[in-house]
Design a protein around this ligand. Structure first.
Ligand code: ADP
Ligand code: MG
Length: 586
């Protein structure tokens, strides 16, 4: 007697279900994707007990004939591909022909379906993979799938289900991803007979994203729209001062399919490097379009993961797209206006109610002129407003055009904007400016010192400096070792020309010893921090109006004036409506 036997179909389906149907959320995903593939314009999902007791998906799609509805429950039965060539050019979400038989093998399952225009439909009942009943039935066009008591016949699997709230959370995440990718479909989610989400059909991603993520996030979105070498990327990202503690708000899609792809995630995060702290995440909704033959969607049974044939090209395109989009982002203020603040405040409060930041337009780039710190100021800050450039276009944003109110606690700059009171952390701002200059190719140029400065270091410091010499030179330093602990500094990066080279180097070495910077980016972070701790703009330093003006102008000229290079916020607006509310004047 041979030892090998071919397994019965039901067992095969139950085994397949182990991969395809890990939990109720996977059932919802498969059923909703089937409804989308059936070109439905309306899909509703209803749950009992977080999907543990019941999942019901109803659509108004093409439906199935009675013959097809029986076939659809067979393993590897699909209407979506016929050959391997079809798989290489796949445009539907499904193609494995596994979902329905797998789900039916591990639940009490009911399929009610009726083709568009047909007189009657078909109703099929399956229990744990065994067909119990098939009958003709009068039904509305479309398909309803009912899945009850998931894993009732596999007690070991049923035990792994989490409590209803947890399963509901997984389903919600799944639902919201589908919703973002399909604004043209009316989608509903109900739980215990209550509507949790109702997303009517809408035009384009932005209104749908506003439903899914809330008005505040959607109001802060900057568009991404980029194409290079056959990879298209579109969608929205948030400015760096909106930060999340995990990657759950990174909604990434490839050819309309929601994916959890580490590679793509990392590409997004690299674009935000030195804008948000490590361990924090932006919010993003990004759709990649890649021609189907350049991506393999058949590497994961639940199709959560994908494989690019040229991952390097895809990630570099994503990075470039985001760099470009981020460089256009500006904090949201209108240019200074002579309108009465009160009227203006009401208008803006109405226009942006619930939003913290509004839409962001592309602003003309100005030439970079970096901030050189002047000698420590003693004079009090003058209360005169900065001159207003009446010729400035309505669109051009700038901190330096806002009315200067003064300085608070020698640490914060106060400005008046049409939206309200703007506070700027002067230290964070300066750090960002130095960092931007160090990372910009043009401003990185070396500035020759009129006379070389000799720095004497302790043996330990000298060894450390030797090891950093190549990268410091790349940043614009020119340092010559003299032997022993002596070094001659001939040049410094132009943006550090206002500092004492000796102090900068010594402090930088102290920082490097503690933080062990591993690459050029981290070195720049360290230098920016060191420099800002030395400049006249450190916290607790009184600034002259002229110094403030130069700081603001420098801030205007850089790409991403949102956070300091360590990711801390750099400015904050207290909106008029908040101030009015506080004084009970609304
Ligand atoms: P796949 O989606 O990979 O083809 P499934 O097991 O999910 O495999 O579905 C099998 C087939 O049943 C599909 O190819 C499709 O023809 C049909 N089908 C499933 N759900 C629906 C639906 N909601 N409306 C119309 N047809 C459906
Ligand atoms: Mg399917």
């Amino acid at each position: 007697m041979g030892k090998i036997a071919i397994l019965p179909d039901i067992l095969c389906n139950q085994i397949a279900a182990g991969e395809v149907v890990e939990r109720p959320a996977a059932v919802v995903k498969e059923l909703v994707e089937n409804s989308i593939d059936a070109r439905s314009t309306r899909i509703s999902v209803s749950l009992l007990d977080g999907g543990r007791r019941e999942i019901c998906v109803v659509d108004n799609g093409c439906g199935m004939s009675s013959e097809d509805s029986l076939l659809s429950l067979e393993r590897h039965a699909t209407s979506k591909i016929r050959s391997i060539e079809d798989l290489n050019a796949i445009s539907s979400l499904g193609f494995r022909g596994e979902a329905l038989p797998s789900i039916a093998a591990v639940s009490r399952f009911e399929l009610n379906t009726c083709e568009q225009g047909a007189l009657g439909g078909t109703s099929i009942r399956v229990d744990g993979g065994v067909i119990k009943d098939v009958r003709e039935k009068g039904l509305p066009p479309g398909t309803q799938v009912l899945v009850r008591d998931l894993f009732y016949c596999l007690p070991a699997r049923r035990k792994f289900l989490r409590k209803a709230e947890t399963e509901l959370a997984y389903i919600t995440d799944q639902f919201l991803r589908v919703s973002l990718a399909n604004p043209h479909i009316h989608l509903q989610l109900k739980s215990q007979e209550k509507t949790v989400y109702d997303h009517p059909k809408c035009e384009g991603l932005l209104p749908r994203a506003s439903r899914v993520l809330g008005q505040e996030i959607a109001g802060s979105f900057s568009p991404v729209d980029f194409e290079s070498g056959g990879v298209g990327i579109s969608g929205f990202i948030t400015p760096p001062d909106i930060q999340r503690t995990n990657s759950q708000a990174l909604f990434l899609f490839v050819n309309g399919r929601s994916v959890y792809d580490r590679l793509l995630q990392r590409a997004v995060l690299t674009a935000y490097e030195a804008l948000i702290p490590r361990g924090k995440f932006p919010v993003a909704v990004l759709f990649l379009t890649v021609s189907p033959e350049r991506v393999d969607v058949n590497v994961h049974p639940a199709k959560r993961e994908i494989r690019f044939r040229d991952p390097g090209q895809v990630t570099s395109t994503v990075r470039t797209a985001l760099f470009e989009a981020l460089s256009k982002v500006r904090p949201k203020f209108s240019p200074y206006s002579r309108q009465q603040p009160e009227i203006f405040a009401r208008q803006t409060a109405a226009a942006f109610s619930g939003t913290r930041m509004g839409n962001v337009a592309a602003f003309p780039r100005r030439t970079i002129e970096f901030f050189e710190p002047a000698a420590p100021a003693r004079a009090p800050v003058e209360q005169t407003p900065a001159p207003i450039d009446e010729t400035a276009g309505e669109q051009s944003f700038s901190f330096s055009k806002l009315n200067l109110i003064g300085q608070l606690g020698n640490s914060f700059i106060l400005l008046e904007s049409p939206e309200g009171l703007v506070l700027i952390d002067q230290h964070a701002a300066h750090e960002r400016i130095v960092f931007s200059s160090l990372s910009g190719k043009k401003t990185r140029a070396a500035q020759l010192l009129t006379r070389a400065v000799v720095v004497e270091l302790l043996p330990k410091e000298a060894v450390l400096l030797e090891s950093f010499l190549p990268s410091l030179c790349a940043l614009g330093f020119e340092i010559e070792p003299f032997g022993g602990g002596s070094f001659a500094v001939h040049a410094v990066p132009a943006c550090l020309s206002g500092f004492k080279p000796e102090e900068i180097l010594r402090d930088y070495l102290r920082y490097a010893e503690e933080e062990c910077p591993a690459n050029e980016g981290e070195m720049m972070l360290g230098l920016a921090r060191t420099a800002s701790c030395h400049g006249s703009v450190r916290a607790g330093q009184k600034l002259k109006a002229e110094e403030i003006r130069r700081l603001l102008e420098a801030l205007d000229s850089i790409d991403t004036p949102f956070t300091c290079p360590h990711g801390r916020p750099l400015s904050h607006t207290v909106p008029y409506d908040q101030i009015y509310r506080f004084f009970k004047r609304t």
